[in-house]
Write a new protein. Structure first.
Length: 129
């Protein structure tokens, strides 16, 4: 397999929406069962870390291993709202066995409003069997 090296300023995107069932499943897995996440009489709010998982999906696509993640949660995301995750490469350092990366992380709602902003540093291991 050929290892692709992310380039400076390269942008990776992924969009999706979270259903009520997924939000409830995440609540059951994590125990984050605040009323705003599980009340059947309300439109439920997705947990912040569930929404942030959009950028971890992008990292997973690159075989990226985060060493540090810093995120600020700006606006709520509710069930059935489309969100778009974006990671932008801000630093690339090539090493013999790994590619060290820094990336800006952003998640937007369908109206283009920023709901999460942050950054991550980590690496992609290469030449491993």
């Amino acid at each position: 397999m050929v290892q692709l090296i992310p380039k400076l300023d390269e942008v990776f995107e992924y969009s999706r929406m979270f259903t009520r069932e997924e939000i409830l499943a995440f609540a059951n897995i994590t125990g984050d069962r605040g009323d705003h996440h599980v009340n059947p009489a309300k439109r439920v709010m997705a947990q912040g870390l569930l929404v942030a998982s959009i950028v971890t999906k992008l990292g997973g696509d690159m075989n990226y291993v985060s060493r540090k993640i810093d995120m600020e949660f700006l606006l709520p995301v509710y069930q059935d709202e489309v969100v778009i995750g974006r990671m932008t490469v801000t630093n690339v350092l090539l090493r013999e066995s790994r590619i060290k990366l820094s990336m800006k992380c952003e998640v937007f709602d369908s109206a283009g409003k920023l709901v999460i902003r942050g950054s991550t540093t980590g690496q992609i291991w290469i030449n491993q069997n």
